[in-house]
Write a protein that binds this ligand. Structure first.
Ligand SMILES: Nc1nc2c(c(=O)[nH]1)N[C@H]1C(S)=C(S)[C@@H](COP(=O)(O)OP(=O)(O)OC[C@H]3O[C@@H](n4cnc5c(=O)[nH]c(N)nc54)[C@H](O)[C@@H]3O)O[C@H]1N2
Ligand SMILES: Nc1nc2c(c(=O)[nH]1)N[C@H]1C(S)=C(S)[C@@H](COP(=O)(O)OP(=O)(O)OC[C@H]3O[C@@H](n4cnc5c(=O)[nH]c(N)nc54)[C@H](O)[C@@H]3O)O[C@H]1N2
Ligand code: SF4
Ligand SMILES: [Mo]
Length: 754
């Protein structure tokens, strides 16, 4: 480690799930120069505009530098780490003793760039008997996961780099990225006459502008559009019969349902010309390869789970699986969803999917006198008081908790509701990694070494969790000692000792990450002890995908672990062959199981479903939380990181602006069932009449150098409601919030006085 200016050090961007490799130059603790890392196996030198602004995250003036404890008057006092750890551990023990450990809810565990902290949290939570979890995936991806679990048991990813036809459904990769080198790949597709891009989006996004087919649906009508597309495949004999016979079961009832879809009527319903729908479907049905990406435009809109179900028809019915440029199941270094983690939440009986309860129901699981309500929470690397539907309800709920502990780098909206706030080292001050390893055939994992020491007063999460575990005293030093000795003698000896110890003492298996941190951790190179848990995951990857790991050049789990420790720009951990896709289907018969009766019932019910969810009071559909050039969830709080759109403009169509008396650059009052806010108006040719959009990541407060406070833009969840959610997955309809817009006219006197 060095902080010599002039030396380029590898790390990664932490602002979206791509985690592009970057190299940076430091001056002291400042990231002075940043560029793409050509040695990164996935991003290969690529970055978007946002990576260059990362110093605004690292040198955030509102960083926390001491554990904080709330006083009875609501203000905070700094306390030392030992006091904080012992009070927090005994506080949670008391909750577990009085109400049961299952009344402790864990929220978060990692953002776009940091999953190691979450990997260590499990030991502490298990030791307390806490098993309920939620995080941001439960407000976007759980519906798709539910469908995936039925169909083939795993997550899929499109291979856009090689796809003849790329389909983006409620997804704007030019702005939101989400797959490697997105803008480069989009350009390649647009410039190649032999390839096509199909975009389904009500907005003329930067991606839609590059599309060959822009299916400009009316907001919230994707189900009709997707049903029509899939129906054309069936009705015009564009299905891959051989693929369906060999690899798919339950196709007949699906085809039967699609055979009855009135394509013309559904095209009209979603506002897309029937001939355009047919042309797009034919392009999909006759392509050599098709890859599909659905994202928040459908995942956070009405019928979201059904849309996940229908969109997968586009590549399953056409057999675009297990071939170059198609859709793939992929290896994972650690699962983002808990396999088999299904159930119901204790209070509202909402669906738990992949081990996660819907973010939307969290306040309802607290704000009640139900005996099984949650009494305490730990929030790690997430800002639910700002990022979860109905911020007011979340705030009220958190205030009811007997104990709330927040682990964050900054004093966030959520932290300000906590009894204790623990200051984490930033993602450039500790060893970090993510489990967003979603690619096929080559899948990569990047362990980032720290660029600098933690800011004094802060700690990396693995150390925080270890201290909390030590305070609980559930693992005896005598149990760890043999493993410590073995670790000092090298990986092979450690492996043997580890298997023996866990075999003899299953209790250790429950708190594995802690055991690895305490025993293997100290033997790792300086600054890397937080990587210890990856040893277990590397062994697991080598056992789950032995050949793909060997093809990637790693003889076994230990070799893979060492390659990860050494590989400063990331390593390829699996290299698959296309036919391996079939082996990654987790159903016993190795076939895709296409029939989900509930979804087919929903598909049939579309014929009589109501037209729209707006009302005379709330006639506009507001998309609350669009990704733009300078949004990055809640990760960067310092508003000066933005080079434009400082106020996070409300985009409206010219037609609506005229009708409502809104002017470009003026102010609008937005009112929804949940709340009201004022935003700067941008009249935009990209918007359909009746549709307005606000960006995500705004409305965060920030204290300037002079002590003044600013809150630029609108916090989108001040306008959203907990109950506005999908019936199957509980995922929010953030992109489809009925709203009223009115011009704000400031009294002349006040304006003159300004
Ligand atoms: N710049 C930037 N990039 C990001 C992030 C960020 O904060 N900023 N966040 C990251 C995260 S966490 C995520 S999950 C991804 C999300 O990435 P995206 O899902 O691509 O992001 P959004 O802009 O929220 O929504 C996508 C599109 O949905 C469209 N849409 C709205 N309503 C509808 C509808 O009814 N139907 C259809 N078909 N489309 C509709 C919007 O017009 C928008 O273009 O982005 C990641 N990348
Ligand atoms: N209305 C509306 N709401 C939305 C969305 C929307 O489109 N519209 N999008 C949703 C989506 S897709 C997502 S992914 C969520 C994201 O919302 P959240 O789950 O809240 O996640 P982030 O915004 O990534 O949260 C980042 C938090 O982690 C902290 N942090 C950064 N680095 C570290 C670190 O190293 N350690 C620790 N402990 N903390 C750190 C930051 O200070 C910040 O408070 O928002 C969701 N909310
Ligand atoms: S924001 Fe995403 S795409 Fe852009 S540089 Fe960062 S990780 Fe890469
Ligand atoms: Mo997300």
């Amino acid at each position: 480690m060095t902080d010599q200016p002039g030396e380029w050090q590898p790390t990664a961007c932490i602002l979206c799930e791509c985690n592009c490799g970057i190299v940076v130059q430091l001056e002291g603790r400042t990231l002075t120069r940043i560029r793409g890392d050509k040695d990164h196996p996935a991003s290969r030198g690529y970055t978007c505009n946002k990576a260059l602004r990362l110093d605004h995250y690292q040198n955030n003036r509102n960083r926390l530098t001491s554990p904080m404890r709330r006083r009875t008057d609501g203000t905070y006092e700094e306390i030392d780490w030992d006091t904080a750890i012992s009070e927090i551990a005994s506080g949670f023990e008391a909750i577990a003793d009085t109400h049961g450990g299952d009344k402790i809810l864990y929220y978060g565990g990692g953002g776009q760039g940091n999953h190691l902290g979450g990997a260590y949290s499990g030991a502490f939570l298990k030791a307390l008997g806490s098993h309920h979890r939620s995080n941001a995936l439960a407000q976007e991806k759980t519906g798709e996961h539910w469908v995936d679990a039925h169909f083939y048991g795993n997550h899929t990813r499109g291979e856009f780099e090689h796809a003849e036809v790329s389909v983006f459904i409620g997804k704007n990769p030019w702005m939101s990225q989400s797959f490697p080198r997105a803008r480069v790949v989009l350009h390649e597709i647009a410039n190649d006459a032999a390839r096509s891009m199909i975009v389904i989006d009500p907005v003329i996004t930067d991606t839609a502008k590059m599309a060959d087919f822009h299916l400009r649906v009316r907001p919230g009508t994707d189900a009709w559009c997707l049903a029509a597309l899939a129906a054309v495949l069936v009705q015009e004999d564009l299905c891959d019969e051989e693929f369906l016979t060999e690899h798919v079961s339950g196709a007949a009832p699906v085809r039967e349902a699609l055979a009855h879809v009135p394509v013309g009527e559904y095209a009209e319903r979603c506002g897309v010309d029937e001939q355009l729908v047919r042309a797009a479907a034919r392009r999909i049905g006759t392509a050599g390869s098709v890859a599909v990406f659905e994202d928040l435009g459908v995942q956070q809109s009405p019928n979201s789970t059904m849309c996940s179900h229908l969109n997968k028809m586009l590549w399953i019915l056409t057999g675009n699986f297990a071939k170059r440029g198609g859709q793939h199941l992929h290896s994972s270094f650690a699962p983002l969803f808990r396999p088999g983690g299904v159930g119901r939440t204790p209070v509202t009986g909402s669906p738990i999917i992949g081990g996660l309860m819907p973010s939307n129901v969290v306040p309802q699981e607290i704000l009640t006198d139900h005996p099984d309500r949650f009494r305490a929470m730990i929030v790690e690397s997430s800002n639910p008081a700002h990022s979860v539907a109905d911020s007011h309800a979340v705030t009220r709920a958190f205030a009811e908790l007997e104990l709330l502990v927040v682990i964050d780098v900054a004093m966030t909206e959520t932290a300000r509701l906590a009894h204790y706030v623990l200051p984490a080292a930033t993602q450039f001050e500790k060893v970090e990694a993510t489990f967003f390893n979603l690619e096929f055939p080559h899948n990569t994992f990047h362990l980032r070494h720290r660029l600098m020491e933690p800011l004094p007063g802060t700690l990396p999460e693995p150390e925080i969790w270890a201290r909390l575990m030590r305070a609980l005293g559930v693992v005896d030093e005598a149990e760890l000692a043999p493993l410590r000795r073995a670790a000092a003698q090298g990986r092979e000896v450690f492996t043997e000792a580890f298997l023996q110890a866990v075999g003899a003492n299953p209790g250790l298996g429950k708190v594995l990450p802690f055991v690895l941190y305490e025993t293997l951790g100290p033997t790792l190179p300086e600054g890397l002890s937080g990587a210890a848990a990856l040893w277990g995951l590397a062994q697991k990857a080598a056992m789950t995908y032995p050949e793909a790991v060997r093809r990637a050049g790693h003889a076994d789990g230990n070799a893979l672990f060492d390659a990860i420790l050494d590989g400063r720009s990331g390593v390829t951990f699996t290299v698959h062959e296309y036919e391996d896709d079939f082996a990654l289907i987790s159903h016993a018969d190795g076939r895709i199981a296409l029939e989900i009766p509930e979804m087919l019932a929903e598909l049939r019910a579309l014929a009589d479903a109501p037209h729209g969810l707006t009302t005379p009071d709330f006639p506009i559909v507001l998309s609350a939380g669009e990704r733009r050039a300078y949004t990055a969830n809640d990760i960067i709080r310092d508003p000066s990181w933005r080079k434009r759109d400082a106020d996070g403009a409300l985009r409206v169509s010219a037609e609506d602006a005229d009708a409502l008396g809104l002017v470009d650059g003026g102010l609008a009052r937005i009112t929804t069932a949940a709340g009201a806010a004022e935003a700067t108006v941008e009249v935009s040719g990209a918007m359909l009449p009746g549709h307005a959009s606000l960006p995500n990541g705004y409305g965060l407060d920030f204290v300037n150098g002079d002590g003044s406070e600013q809150v630029p833009g609108v916090a989108p969840n001040s306008l959203t409601s907990s109950d506005w959610r999908d019936p199957y997955a509980g995922t929010p309809w953030h992109k489809h919030v009925p709203a009223r817009l009115e011009p704000v006219v400031r009294p002349v006197m006040a304006a003159a006085a300004d």
